[in-house]
Ligand binder design. Structure first.
Ligand SMILES: [Zn+2]
Length: 108
């Protein structure tokens, strides 16, 4: 068995395989994805949109891919937001590596 790349990664190793948050606009409890999420880099937007977006992210250190999805529902008394962050499996990582050619974010 091959070890998963993210294990022991100082950037994304603390993230769970699946993160989910829900929050209402204007409410005091500001649920947020873990700080590690902010260190991931955007690879590409999958469905650009104002309210709902799906973005492919990658860890700049171990190159594990993550899928970030945002959903937004408008309500007069405060819009509801949902966010998902899913770590892609090793197999999915491989497929993306083949479809994303020379991502500029890793060239440093
Ligand atoms: Zn990582």
């Amino acid at each position: 068995m091959q070890n998963m790349k993210h294990e022991g990664c100082e950037i994304c190793g603390s993230l769970k395989d699946h993160e989910y948050i829900y929050y209402k606009d204007g409410s005091d409890d500001c649920n947020k994805l873990p700080v590690a999420f902010e260190n991931l880099r955007e690879v590409k937007k999958i469905s650009p949109g104002v309210a709902r977006s799906q973005t492919l992210l990658a860890c700049p250190k171990c190159k594990t891919y993550y899928f970030h999805k945002v959903d937004y529902e408008f309500f007069p008394n405060g819009s509801e937001n949902e966010e998902w962050l899913d770590r892609l499996s090793g197999e999915e990582n491989k497929e993306i590596n083949q479809s994303v050619s020379a991502p500029p974010l890793f060239s440093r």
